[in-house]
Each structure stands twice: as C-alpha cells, then as structure tokens.
Design a protein. Structure first.
Lengths: 116, 175
C-alpha cells in the first residue's frame, strides 16, 4: 500500500514535472535565447580562448591582463580601440559569421569570434 | 657609426649569453637586466616619438615607451614584493652604456636617416634581448614568479621584433 501510494505520488510528481516542462517549453526556449556573457582573457599576448563561439545578442568581454594596451580589431566588424592594462572591452555580437580579429598594436596576436 | 652601435648592443647581449656558460645570473641580477633592458628601449622610443619623421616610426616609438614602461612597472612591483634588490652587473652596465651610445648616435641624425637608424637598432635590440631571454634569463631565473614574468613578457619582444622588421621593410621600399 505504501509502495502503491509512493508510486502514485511519483507518477503525480512526474506528470506535474512533465506538465511544468511542457508549459515551460516556450519560456525555456526564451531563457536559452537569453543573452549570455562570455569572457576572453588577454595575457602574454594571447587571446584565451583563441576561438569563441557565441550567439547573436551574446556579450563578449575581453579583459586585458597584460601590463600594456591591446586592441581587439576585426576590420569592418568591430574595433575596441586601445584597451589599457587591466581594463576590459565589451561587445555585443550581432552579425553572424566567422570574424578573425587581431591586435593592431601586436599583430602576432590573433583570435576568432564565431557568431552563429 | 650605426653598425658600431648595433655591434656594441649585440656584444653586450652576447656577453650576457656568454655569462650563461660561465656563470648564471642571480635573480637580483636578472631583475636589474630586465629593468635596464626595458629602460634602454623607453629612452630610444621617447627620442623616436619626438624626432621620428615617418608617422609609423613615431607611433612605434610611442608604443615602445608604453609597452616597456608597462613591463617595467610589473617587474618593479614583483621584485618589491619578492624583496629582491636589483643588482647591477656587467650585463646591465653594458646594456646601459650601449643604450646611451645609441641615443647619442640618434641625436645627431634627422629625417629618414634617423628613422632608419632607429628602426635598424630596434630590430637588432629586440632580437638580442629575445635570445638573452631564451638562453640566459628564463633558464637562470630561480624564483617561479620571476620566471613566469619573463615567460609572459617574452611574446611582447617577439611582436615588437616583427613590428620593427615590418617597419624596416616599409622604410626600405620608400628609400
């Protein structure tokens, strides 16, 4: 009896959860589409991660941990200008595509931002 | 004269490389070498910022002042934290006198001749410092944080060398 009651409760709980899940689908999709914030750390003249994949509307923050300025520049798509030591730059991804970028001050530094 | 200056700079760093075989520099000596090497390029950069005739050369000089000042600020903060007192040594003295000779030579020049001499020296200087970082400074550094600082700033010297070589090629095309 106790088992049957427990099973019923579980089934009820299960359908309740299923119900919530079903009802939540549109809201859940909206939550998944909500913009995320990603970080790219600049240190030792490297962008980490070197390649980042985001969705349109996501925010990317580049944090410069080197003791001198850097830039995050994808010609015609985005350009941070000089990011001083210890400072950061935020960019909201819009245009889908694979954007190669570099530091115009140290052109050995290269990164890729994928917006899909 | 220019070749003489570059040779002097190269030999001061060759002396540094030679030291690795004879006697590895201590952390206090490495600290002094790092600070002096940066200072020498800051001084030359300041001169290029004011005396350079080509806009790219001036911008490069300005960037050398900014980047090497940043590295020195970080180096000084680290040695202060580690309670290491930079110790003057044959290599740092040689770098200092090589830098002073370079500045003295550059002060006599102007226009395209200045730009060329400055950029040529920057190529030689960054190449030699890079060799010293790889062959002597990183292998000799005892303190892990000092070693890590050298490893972290090494790519800046690579990028500066590439940039200086690019400028050298641009100036050669113009002349």
């Amino acid at each position: 009896m106790r088992h049957a009651a427990a099973a019923t409760l579980l089934a009820l709980a299960g359908s309740a959860l299923l119900g919530v899940a079903l009802q939540a689908t549109p809201a859940g999709a909206a939550a998944a589409e909500r913009a995320r914030t990603h970080e790219v750390v600049i240190q030792g003249l490297l962008y980490g991660p070197e390649t980042l994949t985001v969705r349109p509307g996501d925010v990317v923050v580049w944090i410069n941990k080197d003791p001198f300025p850097h830039t995050v520049t994808a010609a015609g798509v985005f350009d941070s200008g000089s990011i001083a030591a210890g400072k950061s730059w935020r960019f909201t991804a819009k245009k889908p595509g694979t954007h190669s970028y570099l530091c115009t001050l140290h052109t050995t530094m290269k990164g890729t931002l994928r917006v899909e | 004269m220019k070749h003489f200056i570059i040779t002097v700079a190269a030999s001061s760093l060759a002396l540094l490389a030679g030291h690795a075989v004879a006697q590895a520099p201590s952390d206090a000596q490495i600290a002094s070498i790092v600070v002096t090497a940066n200072q020498v390029d800051i001084d030359a950069g300041k001169l290029a910022e004011s005396k350079g005739s080509n806009a790219e050369v001036k911008a490069f000089g300005k960037q050398m002042v900014t980047d090497h000042s940043g590295v020195n600020k970080q180096a000084v903060a680290l040695v202060t934290k580690l309670k290491v007192t930079p110790e003057d040594n044959a290599t740092s003295q040689s770098l200092k006198s090589g830098g002073a000779d370079n500045v003295k030579n550059l002060e006599k020049l102007s226009g395209a001749a200045f730009d060329k001499a400055y950029v040529d020296h920057e190529v030689a200087y960054h190449q030699q410092v890079l060799d010293a970082i790889d062959k002597t400074l990183i292998p000799s550094a005892q303190n892990a944080e000092l070693k890590s600082l050298l490893v972290t700033v090494r790519p800046a010297f690579v990028a500066h060398l590439e940039h200086a070589k690019h400028l050298q090629a641009t100036l050669a095309k113009k002349s």
